[in-house]
Design a protein around this ligand. Structure first.
Ligand code: C5P
Length: 239
């Protein structure tokens, strides 16, 4: 995969017009865009159609979590829309994820179906309080990654710090999609557990989800190009 095939730009906007300005500005520099709950809902789903009309790939980040049949139907919507990637919560369970992966197999869809393990907003203490489990945060992330893999899904959203371990546990083909990426030149914002694009790729990240470092840059095209250059450097070093 090339650097461009690994960069996912997060379109965290509350209206489609603002998102369009960035997509137009970035032109051919970026190919994959992440549409989350906010933009999906405020645009009435139109953000997906707009991006597809522009020839872009869409990561539909709606994190489905419901009974198996309902999540299967929602996933079917994503697949029928032809999204490149979509996600569910691994905590929805084995049956829920198996329904999704079987539906993908039956439809012959090329969509990549991934799961969120533990939301990165959870602290170690909150995990203890919520799950009353003897597992610590990392053990729980690995547990959910394994469950995701066993349920036939294609990969997980994870911190770049966890990507290497997840690859070791679930295999090379199991996809790691990593937010929490910050080039050395950009602000950390509210991200805690970060890596640079180069380090993230070197640590086993397949896809990088980047938002503010590009979106909030004075020159988003240049910022995206710098991120792509870092990814390329990591890929070169891998040869
Ligand atoms: O602006 P920034 O680069 O921090 O954006 C990262 C994107 O990845 C945001 O859309 C954020 O919601 C998402 N994300 C994340 N951490 C997760 C899962 C998703 O930052 N664990």
């Amino acid at each position: 995969m090339t650097a461009k095939e690994r960069l996912i730009l997060a379109l965290d906007y509350s209206n489609l017009d603002d998102a369009k300005v960035l997509v137009e500005k970035l032109g051919d520099t970026v190919d994959i865009y992440k549409v989350g709950l906010e933009l999906f809902l405020t645009s009435g789903g139109k953000a997906v159609d707009y991006l597809h009309e522009k020839g872009k790939k869409v990561f539909l980040d709606l994190k489905f979590h419901d009974i198996p049949n309902t999540v299967e139907m929602a996933s079917r919507f994503a697949v029928d829309k032809g999204v490149f990637m979509f996600n569910v919560h691994a905590s929805g369970g084995r049956k829920m994820m198996e329904n999704v992966s079987k539906m993908i197999e039956n439809t012959g869809s090329k969509s990549i179906a991934i799961a969120v393990t533990i939301l990165t907003s959870f602290s170690e203490d909150e995990i203890k309080e919520q799950f009353k489990s003897s597992m610590n945060l990392e053990e729980m992330v690995m547990h959910f990654a394994t469950l995701t893999k066993e349920s036939g899904m294609h990969g997980v959203v994870c911190s770049p710090l966890e990507a290497g371990l997840i690859k070791k546990l679930c295999g090379k083909e199991f996809k790691t999609i990593c937010p929490g990426v910050r080039p050395a030149w950009s602000a950390k914002n509210d991200q805690q557990r970060i890596m640079t694009p180069k380090m993230a790729i070197e640590n086993g990240a397949d896809f990088l989800v980047v938002g503010r470092p590009v979106r909030a840059a004075e020159d988003p095209v240049k910022a995206a190009e710098l991120v792509l250059k870092e990814i390329e450097e990591a890929l070169e070093g891998d040869k």
